[in-house]
Each structure stands twice: as structure tokens, then as C-alpha cells.
Write a protein that binds this ligand. Structure first.
Ligand code: ADP
Length: 453
């Protein structure tokens, strides 16, 4: 049984994992970079080890140092959180070979789903609808143009190793395609160390709807319903909600079944997410699987009452899922706003630095997952998310009203944040009516005066 966990991450997710471990009577070891000495995860864990310099490449991405820390402190499991090494099959394999449990799927599943074009091919064979596109990566511009013409423009060039909204370029005709194809390859090489790119039909004004999967090591795979993550900026999520205001009960049931089938195709174990794009007519297409816990997991926790981190640890322990698909009941609505240290009035420029005053909202139906506090200084080296506000209630209307109320209480002084932006979105008729697609943010920003933020 797992008795001590190393948390190979920082920020709010490191705290989230410490909290779950503490409730389960499991000891925790934090690892941290020199820039994170003042971080809450370092202060709240039972033990902490510094693993290197401020840059992620010198610390949170150093698998060798993390494994050494695990051995020195004699932990029996590593939780990778999200980002950093969480979807690194080699790291999972190293843990496996050192007899340290990796709290996540087997390295084999990470490998299959980590390459977007192999992932698509794997689930297609299992009868899951995929976005039409090239069969695997395309090597030359001539080959790529052929595929693009056959599908019809617009198309999107995507890095097989992509993640975090990077490595995607849209093209509307042959001329822009030639340019975007090369740019996508160069960007993919730089960002992911793998320049392989495939071509996909660009779905216009879709919703991004994803299903939360839980799978144990005894062959049981279930889903915990969906999250609608259509409010995105540059392919990065800003707001997520559950359930989706778009799905009918029938479509939800159909997509849920197919999501389970997709996870089974990768012999998946632990928590994971099957992502779909859904067009305005309700046609849905698999785009990728994330083989880790996701930033937006709390909305699912609040509508199902299931603690996903606890489930991840139980599954890694070899325990059976305690519930069946028919036990999963969704009776609430939850909305998450990502609070980023960015200035929405200046094209979302990063705004690191010292927080002079921090006051988080509370009250009925409000949850804040954050690692910051008054006097904390946000280092410039990592992503800009400083917290997540999750508001929930019996209806979507209540979740919306509660989000606006909580955002109005939320105080972060000394830096710029996305709080005013979220407040404006919570009052916007298109969002209120549940009509936001992935094209929503661009439209919202063009019709909203920047001085509002
Ligand atoms: P990442 O791994 O970087 O998160 P995804 O494949 O999950 O990339 O895509 C992120 C977002 O990019 C999607 O939610 C969607 O908004 C947009 N996107 C991706 N593929 C397509 C496509 N074929 N058509 C339209 N939009 C797309």
C-alpha cells in the first residue's frame, strides 16, 4: 500500500495532491526549485527537497533528480500532477523500473495516446469517430497539400507531440497552407523536440467537450460525465463547466459510451480525459486523450461528489473502483474560472511579481484551489495560473450568479489578473445563454472595450 508520495509538481495542483494524501493518512514529499522556496506546497508537505534551479529544465523536468529524491526519502509512489513530466512515458517507465508506483497510467498507454496521430488511429480502429485528416504525419509539402485539397479548406496543421494549445496552424487555401505547414513543423520541433505534423479538417465553431474517465487495474472503465471547455484563448482553456449546456441526454449517453471505448482501446488505467470537438449539428470527433489529471478536474468533482485524486491513488494501489457507471449521478452544475496573472487589457501580457494583498472568496457553493497568499511573489518561470475558482449549485443559473458574486469578492492586489475578464464574461448574454463555442473569446474580445479590465 502507498504510504508516502512524492509530488513531482508545484503550484495549486501540488497542494491539491497534498490535501488528498493528508486525508488518506499518506505522507508527502514536496520537490521544489530554488524559485519556489516560499511556495505553499513546500511549507505544507511533510518533507521537502530542493531539486535545482528556477527553470523547469533544471528542476521540475529533471526526472533523474526527482527519482533520486524519491529514493533518498524512500517514497513508494510519485504523483506527477499535470504538465511537466505527467505525460512523459519514459519517466513513467523509469518509475516502474525503480519499483516506484507512478500515479497514472502505464507507460504503454501514455506512449499510444501521447502521439496524437497514433492515438487517433488506435481509437478509430475501435469505432470512435475522429476528425478527418492525413493517415499519420505528413513528410512533404506536396503530400500535405494533396491531403488538404482532398479534405477541403480550412485545415489545421497539428504537431503529433502537441500540448497546451501549441503547434497548431490553420490554413484557408493552398497559398497559406504552404506557409503554415512549414511554420507548424518548425514550431513543433522547437516546442516539443519533434517536428512531425499531421493535417486535419478544421472544424468551424465547434464546442470542446471532454469526458472524464476512471479505469481500475481490474478492467473496469467508467466515465464521470463531461466538461464543456469551449471558452478558450489561443486554444487554451479559460472557463470550464459541467454539465455542458449543449448536450442532450441522448448525445451525452452516446458520447460517454464512445469515450469509454476510446480509453479501453489504449488499455487505459487511472484517471484520464477523452477530448472531442462537437460541431453545431452535434457530430462529434475525438481529438486527443490526456493521460493525466487535468486542471479542470474540480468541476467534475463538484458535480459527482467524487474525489479524483483519491481515486487516482486508490487505483495506483491496485484497488477496485467502488462504483459502476449506473452509480454516477450528476445533480449539480459547476463552473471553473482560471485566474491567471495576466493583463487582459494588454493582450494577456504575463504579470508576475509580488501580491501585496490576497483575499479569496468563500461561502456556499464556492471552492478556490490556489497556492498564493498575501506577500507571495509569483516567479516568472512557470505558467501564469495562480488559482481556480469553482462555483457550483443546483442549476446553471445559480452557478453563474455565484461565480459573479465570488469574482466580485476576489481580491488580488499588486499584479494584474483575469478576474475582471471573468466578471465580464459572467454577464455576457452569449455565455449566459450557453452558446459559447471555441470561437467565442475572439468575438468577445473584439466587442469588449479593453479598459473594462
Ligand atoms: P492541445 O493538446 O494543445 O491541448 P488539442 O488537440 O486538445 O491540443 O486542441 C486544443 C484546441 O484546439 C481544441 O479545443 C480546439 O479549440 C482547437 N482545435 C484542435 N483541433 C481542431 C480542429 N481540427 N478543428 C478546429 N479546432 C481545433
Amino acid at each position: 500500500m502507498i504510504q508516502k508520495v512524492l509530488i513531482a509538481n508545484r503550484g495549486e495542483i501540488a497542494l491539491r495532491i497534498i490535501r488528498a494524501c493528508r486525508e488518506m493518512g499518506i505522507k508527502t514529499l514536496a520537490v521544489y526549485s530554488e524559485a519556489d522556496v516560499q511556495s505553499l506546497h513546500v511549507q505544507l508537505a511533510d518533507e521537502a527537497i530542493c531539486i535545482g534551479g528556477p527553470r523547469s529544465s533544471d528542476s521540475y523536468l529533471r526526472a533523474d533528480r526527482i527519482i533520486s529524491a524519491a529514493e533518498i526519502a524512500d517514497v513508494d509512489a510519485i504523483h506527477p500532477g499535470y504538465g511537466f513530466l505527467s505525460e512523459n512515458a519514459k519517466f513513467a517507465e523509469q518509475c516502474e523500473s525503480c519499483n516506484i508506483k507512478f500515479i497514472g497510467p502505464k507507460s504503454k498507454s501514455i506512449r499510444i495516446m501521447g502521439d496524437k496521430s497514433i492515438a487517433k488511429e488506435t481509437v478509430r480502429k475501435a469505432g470512435v469517430p475522429i476528425v478527418p485528416g492525413s493517415d499519420g504525419p505528413v513528410e512533404s509539402e506536396t503530400e500535405a497539400v494533396k491531403v488538404a485539397r482532398k479534405m477541403g479548406y480550412p485545415v489545421i496543421n497539428k504537431a503529433v507531440a502537441g500540448g497546451g494549445g501549441g503547434g497548431m496552424r490553420i490554413a484557408h487555401n493552398d497559398v497559406s497552407f504552404a506557409k503554415e505547414f512549414h511554420v507548424a513543423r518548425a514550431e513543433a520541433e522547437k516546442a516539443f523536440g519533434n517536428g512531425a505534423v499531421y493535417v486535419e479538417k478544421y472544424i468551424q465553431t465547434p464546442r470542446h467537450i471532454e469526458f472524464q474517465i476512471l479505469a481500475d487495474s481490474h478492467g473496469k472503465v467508467i466515465h464521470l460525465g463531461e466538461r464543456d471547455c469551449s471558452v478558450q484563448r489561443r486554444h487554451q482553456k479559460l472557463i470550464e463547466e459541467a454539465p455542458s449546456p449543449f448536450l442532450s441526454a441522448d448525445l451525452r449517453k452516446k458520447m460517454g459510451k464512445i469515450a469509454v471505448r476510446a480509453a479501453e482501446a489504449a488499455e487505459y488505467q487511472n484517471a484520464g480525459t477523452i477530448e472531442f470537438l462537437v460541431d453545431p449539428k452535434g457530430n462529434f470527433y475525438f481529438i486527443e486523450m490526456n493521460t493525466r489529471i487535468q486542471v479542470e478536474h474540480p468541476v467534475t468533482e463538484e458535480v459527482t461528489g467524487i474525489d479524483l485524486i483519491r481515486q487516482q491513488i486508490r487505483i495506483a494501489n491496485g484497488e477496485k473502483l467502488e462504483f459502476d457507471q449506473s452509480d454516477i449521478k450528476i445533480t449539480k452544475h459547476a463552473i471553473e474560472c482560471r485566474i491567471n496573472a495576466e493583463d487582459p487589457s494588454r493582450n494577456f501580457a504575463p504579470s508576475p511579481g509580488a501580491i501585496s494583498l490576497y483575499y479569496a472568496p468563500g461561502g456556499h457553493g464556492v471552492r478556490v484551489d490556489s497556492h498564493v497568499y498575501s506577500g507571495y511573489s509569483i516567479p516568472p518561470y512557470y505558467d501564469s495560473m495562480i488559482g481556480k475558482l469553482i462555483c457550483f449549485g443546483s442549476t446553471r443559473k445559480i452557478a453563474l450568479q455565484r461565480s459573479y458574486r465570488a469574482l466580485s469578492e476576489y481580491l488580488v492586489r499588486g499584479i494584474k489578473t483575469t478576474i475582471p475578464l471573468h466578471k465580464a464574461i459572467m454577464c455576457d448574454p452569449t455565455f449566459i445563454e450557453g452558446k459559447a463555442t471555441t470561437a467565442y473569446m475572439e468575438d468577445f474580445m473584439t466587442r469588449t472595450p479593453p479598459d473594462l479590465f
